[in-house]
Design a binder for this molecule. Structure first.
Ligand code: CP
Length: 306
């Protein structure tokens, strides 16, 4: 049985097939409307979510399946002290596949070891968010036609932003990717990604503090929110939270075909005035998240489309 803990759990060939399937689902949704009839998805969310949980649920409903689950630890027996291992053994009796978000790094991996159904990591602490990466890759490939030969700026909270950690690991497998890491000193990429992934793989990257200095060279700009929930004290968060604000003025520095992505939720880091710019694709990105999660559910359940 296959689980998804990290984007690297899929080979480049498997990933290509998954993205092809997602594009086919986008083009022919009715072909897949009954593919998961009789199947159930459990969404176990121990941390808040809008997009990931609801796009997983929409994905399963679009496939003709059903959903069950909880959206906070407080509304589950975790509040009474039940372990993730015990919970998943029980959920395995109720559902065919499970998406789990948890504040502790590695919790979905622990669950996968006790599970008799496929487990999808829907975000574990500051560690990984592989289905956001699938969403990001589908967005880039669909709108740019390729996943190679890009200069990509990753901007904001690179320390705690798990979407960035997963995206870097996925993109280094494609040729001629150059990373520009844009963050304040305190929110730089952690050593396990900078040294353990980028340097170890001789990846081309450099670090910038000013967004304005990076913008003119970028083909893609991936903005992220400062992750308030991972800070140890509120003062540091308040000092950092508005460090970057992408607005119309700054967009004038960017290439005419640069895409702006953001995993969302956005706080202040992209001014709403940018939303009407055709280069702003973060709401399209959220839509791609449904298609790619449909493709992932079909793949992990080994269900064919019609
Ligand atoms: N992008 C993302 O993970 O959003 P949610 O936290 O709303 O799921």
């Amino acid at each position: 049985m296959k689980h998804l803990m990290s984007p690297l759990d899929l080979s480049v060939e498997e990933l290509d097939r998954l993205l092809d399937l997602a594009n086919d689902i986008e083009a022919h949704p009715s072909r897949y409307a009954h593919s998961c009839e009789g199947k159930k998805l459990a969404t176990l969310f121990y941390e808040p979510s809008t997009r990931t949980r609801l796009s997983f649920e929409a994905a399963m409903l679009n496939l003709g399946g059903s959903v069950l689950g909880f959206s906070s630890a407080d509304s589950s027996s975790a509040a009474k002290g039940e372990s993730v291992s015990d919970t998943i053994r029980v959920i395995s009796c109720y559902a065919d596949i499970c998406a789990m978000r948890h504040p502790k790094e590695g919790a979905p991996l622990v669950a996968s070891m006790k599970s008799s159904i496929p487990i999808i990591n829907a975000g574990d602490g500051g560690h990984q968010h592989p289905t956001q990466t699938l969403t990001d890759l589908l967005t880039i490939r669909s709108l740019k036609g390729r996943l190679d030969n890009f200069t990509i700026g990753l901007c904001g909270d690179l320390k705690f932003g798990r979407t960035v950690h997963s995206l870097i690991q996925a993109l280094i497998r494609y040729p001629n990717i150059r990373f520009v890491l844009i963050s304040p000193e305190e929110l730089r990429l952690p050593d396990n990604i900078r040294d353990g992934v980028l340097k170890k793989n001789h990846q081309d990257f450099h670090e910038e503090v000013r967004l304005e200095d990076a913008l003119p060279q970028l083909d893609l700009l991936y903005m992220t929110r400062v992750q308030r929930e991972r800070f140890f004290n509120e003062e540091d968060y308040i000092r950092m939270k508005d460090f970057y604000i992408l607005d119309k003025e700054k967009m004038k520095l960017a290439k005419e075909d640069m895409l702006v992505l953001h995993p969302l939720p956005r706080v202040n880091e992209i001014s709403v005035e940018v939303d009407d710019d055709p280069r702003a694709v973060y709401f399209k990105q959220a839509q791609y998240g449904v298609y790619v999660r449909m493709a992932l559910i079909l793949t992990l359940l080994e269900v064919e489309g019609c």
